[in-house]
Design a binder for this molecule. Structure first.
Ligand SMILES: NC(=O)C1=CN([C@@H]2O[C@H](COP(=O)(O)OP(=O)(O)OC[C@H]3O[C@@H](n4cnc5c(N)ncnc54)[C@H](OP(=O)(O)O)[C@@H]3O)[C@@H](O)[C@H]2O)C=CC1
Ligand SMILES: CC1=C(/C=C/C(C)=C/C=C/C(C)=C/C=O)C(C)(C)CCC1
Length: 318
């Protein structure tokens, strides 16, 4: 372990807001002071919210470093400035969303999402993993999403970036286990953070060049209201996700996959219930286009479907 008092060194990406901020604060305020948290963000001018939330822990169990996961140089500099480059737990949280009809999204915008959500994680793991392998110890945690497991209409590119990351991690986990390095993915459903706000702001500015009128209508009048309903009915808080993440890193045998929201379990289960994929495609089609206006009721049915057996398969915050 890298710091005094047997503390574990935890480095977290994307701590200026949302889930990253809350994980940093939760770990820094651990009652037993088991963690030395290195909270990173690409622009330290955004540190105030984190510093305020950390309170007394700031400067004691929590310190700040600049880190842009899209820059090789920034990642290398950041890790080099950690004492002995020693990181026990790496939490890859930084990520960006992208919503809307594919026709209106440029390839450049799509690459930006992959650069952050996929290559950002790969860049971090490449920098930190060799030391963990040498030490035969370490835990890499990745903030994936339910959209890393199941595609969602009009989230095509974001979903693809999380699928890419899941594929990468699923492959890496096997090799890492041989070196006693653990890898875990956290797979939240909707969470109330700036992620949601930023996406809604982007949507408000959207002009839909090259998109036909029907698609624009399905996106604006069918998908968006349903998505807002789903955020309302299923949305978790960043605190929920931070508690789940703490449980995962404190487990003696940390799980590889960690869905955080039991309400989402039946949605993911559809995929495995029918290998042809027809069940999930048709169910999502019906949910959106036939029952969209009845989404409130649909959400209640989904709640009933989430039996206690399925609920046990998620990691609960409590
Ligand atoms: N909210 C949700 O519904 C869900 C979110 N997730 C995932 O959770 C993670 C955190 O998102 P959430 O807290 O909700 O959203 P926020 O938008 O609140 O936080 C995202 C964080 O990532 C940072 N970030 C973005 N690009 C970079 C970069 N290049 N380098 C370093 N940091 C960067 C942002 O920093 P800055 O302020 O500088 O932009 C911000 O701190 C993401 O990976 C997201 O995909 C998963 C499931 C659901
Ligand atoms: C509209 C719609 C859906 C939307 C799901 C949403 C909006 C999920 C959001 C998840 C997020 C924000 C993850 C971030 O990583 C379902 C449930 C698939 C059912 C079919 C109709």
């Amino acid at each position: 372990m890298g710091y005094g008092g047997g503390q574990k060194v935890v480095l977290i990406t994307g701590c200026s807001s949302g889930i990253g901020l809350r994980i940093a604060v939760t770990l820094a305020k651990d009652e037993k002071k088991r963690y030395h948290v290195i909270a990173t963000m690409r622009d330290l001018k955004k540190k105030d919210k984190l510093v305020e939330a950390a309170g007394d822990a700031y400067g004691k169990t929590l310190m700040l470093l600049p880190l842009d996961v899209c820059s090789d140089e920034s990642v290398e500099q950041c890790i080099n400035s950690v004492k002995d480059r020693h990181i026990d737990i790496l939490i890859n949280n930084a990520g960006v969303g992208l919503l809307g009809p594919v026709e209106s999204i440029s390839i450049e915008e799509m690459k930006r999402v992959f650069e952050t959500n996929f290559f950002g994680v790969v860049r971090m793991i490449k920098e930190v993993m060799p030391d963990m392998k040498k030490r035969r110890s370490g835990h890499i945690v990745v903030m994936s999403s339910v959209m890393g497991l199941q595609g969602v209409v009009f989230n095509d590119v974001y979903t693809a970036s999380k699928f890419a990351m899941e594929g990468f991690c699923e492959s890496m986990a096997v090799q890492l286990l041989k070196f006693n390095v653990r890898l875990s993915m956290i797979e939240p459903g909707p969470v109330h953070t700036e992620f949601e706000t930023k996406m809604m702001e982007d949507v408000a500015k959207m002009e839909y060049p090259g998109v036909d009128a029907d698609t624009v209508r399905y996106f604006k009048d069918v998908y968006l209201p349903s998505s807002i309903d789903i955020f309302e009915a299923m949305g978790q808080t960043p605190e929920d996700i931070a508690k789940c993440t703490k449980k995962v890193i404190e487990s003696n045998s940390p799980r590889f996959r960690n869905l955080t929201n039991s309400l989402y379990t039946p949605i993911v289960a559809l995929k495995y219930a029918d290998e042809t994929g027809g069940l999930s495609v048709n169910t999502f089609y019906n949910l959106l286009f036939n029952f969209g206006p009845l989404m409130h009721i649909t959400m209640s049915i989904l709640k009933c479907l989430t039996c206690s057996c399925l609920r046990r398969r998620t990691i609960s915050p409590n």
